[in-house]
Design a protein. Structure first.
Length: 251
């Protein structure tokens, strides 16, 4: 099952959960793309090889838990971000090819389709229409670095573009957060707004890479109830810590 995004009616200022589905701070991080550990040293022929990417179990270990969030939230079991297996509310056909990482994140929680390991978790605010969700995916390091470079370029260059949402024209607005966290090997925080007709979706997002592992935390909120900022900030910080630990023994 996949999470259906929270829409806000622009005219009536009333919220509707028509569209979300579920399944199963400064500048960008200063470190930037990194070289594989020990790249300049001779390898010990007797030493075991280092895994190229995280395992499914390690991806699960990198997920935040209910105890990592403020009180008042609940876990949505068997729910995820990925709508690629038939979700009706996918956002496709971006008018600018370089903006594809944004629509990919919104549709699946990931930057690259061909992941080697994946885990997702979704939380909702009790009695509210706010969702905090996380995706963890594993790739070879070079592929993860390339994916993050594409995302960073999209956040910088795709301030406004059009796309198709459920077959209808939608306007997508992207804004890099004024305050960027410094997590993992590199990280970026940004906000996305999707407007389709008289409805609007709003998201806070943070994406972190450590070695070849990438996690994205998403906060989807409406104009009613908790904005979700506190939970989003705590979830992103904890997700980065857990991702770094999970990826530490990979190449």
């Amino acid at each position: 099952m996949h999470v259906r995004p929270r829409w806000t009616a622009l005219v009536a200022l009333a919220t509707s959960s028509l569209l979300l589905t579920a399944c199963g701070g400064g500048s960008d991080s200063a470190s930037g793309p990194d070289k594989p550990s020990g790249s300049g040293a001779k390898k010990d022929k007797g030493a075991p090889s280092v895994p190229a990417y995280i395992t499914a179990d390690q991806a699960q270990q990198a997920l935040v838990g209910l105890g990592d969030l403020p009180s008042g939230w609940k876990l949505e079991p068997n729910t995820g971000l990925d709508k690629s297996e038939g979700g009706e509310d996918q956002i496709n056909s971006p008018s600018k090819p370089e903006c594809a990482p944004i629509t990919m994140i919104l549709n699946t929680g990931r930057l690259v389709e061909d992941h080697k390991a994946n885990a997702e978790v979704v939380f909702t605010k009790k009695g509210d229409q706010t969702t905090v969700a996380q995706d963890v995916s594993g790739y070879p390091r070079a592929e993860a670095q390339k994916a993050m470079a594409g995302l960073r370029a999209a956040v910088e260059k795709c301030a406004v573009f059009t796309a198709k949402e459920s077959g209808k024209k939608a306007t997508v607005k992207v804004k890099k957060a004024a305050q960027q966290p410094t997590y993992g090997d590199e990280s970026i925080a940004y906000a996305v707004t999707v407007v389709s007709g008289d409805m609007q979706m709003d998201f806070d997002l943070g994406t972190v890479r450590s070695h070849g592992a990438i996690t994205t935390v998403l906060n989807n909120y409406s104009d009613h109830g908790d904005r979700g900022k506190e939970a989003f900030g705590k979830a992103l910080a904890k997700a980065a810590t857990k991702l770094t630990a999970a990826a530490s023994k990979t190449a």
